[in-house]
Design a protein around this ligand. Structure first.
Ligand SMILES: C[S@@+](CC[C@H](N)C(=O)[O-])C[C@H]1O[C@@H](n2cnc3c(N)ncnc32)[C@H](O)[C@@H]1O
Length: 269
C-alpha cells in the first residue's frame, strides 16, 4: 500500500502497525461517506448561523457540496426549494436515504444533482447559494476561480452566496490528535497535520479499537487533504470575481485551533 507522504506521523505509524487490516480510503468516497456523515453530524453552530443568514433572503437555495445533507435538511425545513449538488455518489446516496425517511413535504422540494461544483450548470437561478463546512478548501485556486463563475452565473438578482472557511495559525502545533464520538455513539481518533508551507492540512480518522482488545478485522482509515484558505484571501478572490463580501461571522473564539468563519457575499456588477 502506498501512503501519501504528508499523512500525520502517528496516523502513518498506526496504518503501518495495522498492516493488511488497514483499509485506507478517501473521506468522501463510498466507504468514507458513512464515516464523514457520522463525525460531521455533531457540529451544529455553523448550521444555526448559516440558516439564520439564509432565512433573510426568500427563494430557492443551491446547496453546493451538499454531502449527506447536514445543511440540506435544515434548508428544506425552512420551507425552501433546495437543489443539492455533490460529486460523491456515496454522499448523495446517504442524502437520498435520509430524504426517503423525511416527510414528503420536504422530500418533494429537494432535487439531487451529481455534479462538480466547479462546472455545475442549470437554467435555474437561486436566491441563495451555500457552500458549508469549509468545502471551498477542497478546491485549488483554479478550482475556486471556476466555482466563483458558477456562483455568479446562478445567483438571482439580489441573491447571496454564503460560504465558510477555516483558519489555522502557523504558530499552532503542526500535528494534533483529538478523540471524539460520532452521532452513532462510535468513538474515533482524529489526526491532523498542518503543513503551512504547502498551505494545507491532512486529516486521518480511525475508529477507536474496542476496549476489550483489538479484533483482527479490517479497519477503515479515512483521509483527506484540505487547503487552508484564510478569510482575507477568500474575500480578495471573491472581490476579483465580482462578488462583494457583505458580512463576516466568526463561528469559534480566537483561542480555538480551528477558527471557522462564515462569509456572505453578493454580486457587485
Ligand atoms: C466537508 S463535506 C461537506 C458536506 C456538507 N455540506 C456538510 O455540511 O456536511 C465536502 C463535500 O464536498 C464534496 N465535494 C468535493 N469536491 C467536490 C466538487 N468538486 N464538486 C462537488 N462536490 C464536491 C464531497 O463529496 C463532500 O460531500
Amino acid at each position: 500500500m502506498t501512503l501519501q507522504t504528508d499523512l500525520p506521523h502517528q496516523a502513518r505509524e498506526l496504518v503501518t502497525k495495522l498492516g493488511d487490516r488497514a483499509v485506507v480510503c478517501d473521506l468522501y468516497d463510498r466507504t468514507g461517506s458513512a464515516v464523514y456523515h457520522d463525525v460531521a453530524g455533531t457540529d451544529t453552530q455553523e448550521v444555526r448561523e448559516l440558516i439564520a443568514l439564509v432565512r433573510r433572503v426568500p427563494g430557492p437555495v443551491l446547496d453546493l457540496a451538499a454531502g449527506s445533507g447536514r445543511l440540506t435538511l435544515p434548508l428544506l425545513a425552512l420551507g425552501r426549494e433546495v437543489t443539492a449538488v455533490d460529486l460523491s455518489e456515496g454522499m448523495l446516496g446517504l442524502l437520498a436515504a435520509r430524504l426517503e425517511e423525511a416527510p414528503a413535504r420536504l422530500r418533494e422540494r429537494c432535487t439531487l444533482v451529481r455534479a462538480d461544483m466547479r462546472t455545475f450548470s442549470s437554467p435555474s437561478r437561486f436566491a441563495v447559494i451555500v457552500l458549508g463546512t469549509s468545502s471551498i478548501s477542497l478546491l485549488d485556486a483554479e478550482g475556486r476561480a471556476a466555482l466563483y463563475g458558477t456562483v455568479r452565473a446562478h445567483l438571482a438578482p439580489g441573491g447571496r452566496f454564503v460560504l465558510s472557511t477555516v483558519e489555522l495559525d502557523a504558530m499552532d502545533g503542526h500535528e494534533v490528535e483529538v478523540g471524539f464520538v460520532g452521532v452513532s455513539g462510535r468513538s474515533y481518533r482524529f489526526f491532523e497535520r498542518w503543513n503551512p508551507d504547502a498551505g494545507h492540512r491532512v486529516v486521518a480518522i480511525f475508529p477507536e479499537e474496542p476496549p476489550d482488545g483489538p479484533s483482527d478485522g479490517p479497519v477503515t482509515v479515512c483521509t483527506s487533504t484540505i487547503a487552508v484558505v484564510p478569510a482575507d484571501r477568500l474575500e480578495a478572490e471573491l472581490t476579483r470575481a465580482g462578488l462583494a463580501v457583505r458580512s463576516r461571522h466568526a463561528l469559534t473564539g480566537p483561542g480555538a485551533r480551528h477558527r471557522d468563519i462564515l462569509l456572505e457575499a453578493e454580486v457587485t456588477e
